[in-house]
Write a protein that binds this ligand. Structure first.
Ligand code: DOR
Ligand code: ZN
Length: 445
């Protein structure tokens, strides 16, 4: 296929070029490429061409939690939102903590994937000896939960953490962390609960910044001593970002991710959205939001992930202490970031690095995924910057459309999504009859 006349958005700048995809891979980039032998020409004049997004942080819930959502709905949503690769989190049922479980999960998901997918394994106290075997069957990275959240996977001891990061250094594999200190979260949760508070913002105070700060501090120290590759997910606080910035200056092997909701919402929104915006770590006050935005713009935070975390409607519509944490995000991930860029809050050219290239690099998928360059997979999102996206029930593919973004009108409109040379979305509609996604394992490069 040939994408003609578009402006390609890359980390280095925006360039006018055609893109030719042959047998699923980008075969040529340049002006006025010939259409000879091509099955389809997409006219992208006046449109922006991005690399397909690599969402490094989705919880699609299958297997075991399909009542919340499933891989079919989740990857259809991803496709419509311009995400062509998802890296699926391991807190499904059973948790992905043994090689056989990873293999079975991949086998289950592979015929349901509307976009390409890769899998995390999870590490805890009793399976650190399985790291090599999990990598051997195709895990692209590992998740470690330091704090409590959906699935209640217990945090590893300090000894196991040291071992995990020592092995990470030897094996060159990224360990992604839910960085909230378990004991501090328990302490503050008990304190705030016993005060009798029931307002949705109580959740913020039950998991204060110091819980993130302590976890981040510990991870930086462990990485400094072991050389382990630490990636801190869903950073939510000014304090966490300050520690990350210092560690980067020092050259510690650590990177950070945040999610669009920490940049779009603040604690001022609890009265309006209530438990809809309950998420772990919590959405905090405006100074935190501003510090996170600054960190993204300065490159201190180098990745964005959606933390797509769907729950059943009933689970979200409970009191603050009983409501589930998280909400579905994969479909609005790119539209929300694009809207931010079109409003001048982040640079347009930062998007490919933050949401495609770096996530692909951190999890061993680059250069196959994450860049518009010759030899990479032909995964593209083609966008009209002058169009609009209405986040409507009809557009959203989730089983439970419980998202605070419902009804939002965003700048920018996805016209086409291309997965390895197949047009899977056309004018905002999924046009692929059957799922075309494949399981991507870690590349050795
Ligand atoms: O709010 C959250 N929900 N945060 C997480 O880290 C996990 C996620 C989930 O799986 O529900
Ligand atoms: Zn998550």
């Amino acid at each position: 296929m040939l994408v003609r006349g578009g402006s390609i958005v890359t980390p280095e700048g925006v360039f006018r070029a055609d893109v030719k995809v042959v047998d699923g891979r980008i075969a040529a980039l340049g002006e006025d490429l010939s259409a000879a032998g091509v099955d389809e020409v997409l006219d992208a004049s006046g449109l922006l061409v991005f690399p397909g997004l690599v969402d490094e942080h989705v919880h699609m819930r299958e297997p075991g939690l399909e009542y919340k959502d499933d891989f079919t709905h989740g990857t259809m949503a991803a496709a419509l939102g311009g995400v062509t690769t998802v890296i699926e989190q391991p807190n499904t049922l059973p948790p992905v903590d043994e090689p056989q479980k990873l293999v079975s999960k991949a086998a289950l998901l592979k015929d349901k994937a509307y976009v390409d997918f890769a899998l995390y394994g999870v590490l805890h106290d009793t399976n650190t000896h399985l790291m090599e075997d999990l990598l051997g069957v195709g895990a692209v990275g590992f998740k470690v939960f330091l704090g409590p959240t959906t699935g209640n996977i217990p945090p590893p001891s300090e000894g196991s953490l040291y071992e995990i990061l020592s092995k990470s250094s030897r094996l060159g594999v990224t360990i992604a962390f839910h960085a909230e200190d378990h004991q501090l979260v328990s302490y503050f949760t008990n304190l705030v609960k016993s005060s009798g508070r029931l307002d949705p913002q109580a959740h913020e105070d039950a998991r204060p910044p110091i819980a993130e700060e302590l976890a981040v501090m510990k991870l930086i120290l462990m990485s400094r001593r072991t050389g382990g590759r630490v990636h801190i997910l869903h950073m939510s606080s000014r304090e966490g970002v300050e520690l990350l910035k210092e560690a980067l200056w020092e050259g510690v092997n650590v990177t950070g991710e945040t999610c669009p909701h920490y940049l779009t919402f603040s604690s001022d929104d609890y009265p309006k959205y209530g438990t809809l915006i309950k998420v772990n770590p919590p959405i905090r006050s405006n100074p935190h939001r501003e510090a996170l935005l600054k960190a993204v713009n300065e490159g201190v935070i180098s990745a964005l992930g959606s933390d797509h975390a769907p729950h059943a409607r009933e689970e979200k519509m409970r009191s603050v202490w009983d409501a589930a944490a998280g909400f579905p995000n994969v479909q609005t991930f790119f539209p929300v970031i694009l809207d931010m860029a079109l409003r001048g809050l982040i640079k347009l050219t930062a998007i490919p690095k933050l949401a495609s290239e770096n996530p692909a690099k951190y999890f061993g998928l680059w250069p196959r995924k994450g860049s518009v360059r010759v030899g990479s997979d032909g995964d593209l999102v083609i966008v009209d910057p002058n169009g609009k996206t209405l986040v409507s029930e009809e557009w959203l593919q989730y089983k439970h459309k419980v998202t605070p973004y419902l009804g939002w009108e965003l700048r920018g409109e996805i016209k086409y999504v291309v997965l390895r040379g197949h047009v899977i979305v056309r004018n905002g509609r999924l046009v692929t009859a059957e799922p075309k996604g494949v399981w991507i394992k870690r590349s050795s490069s």
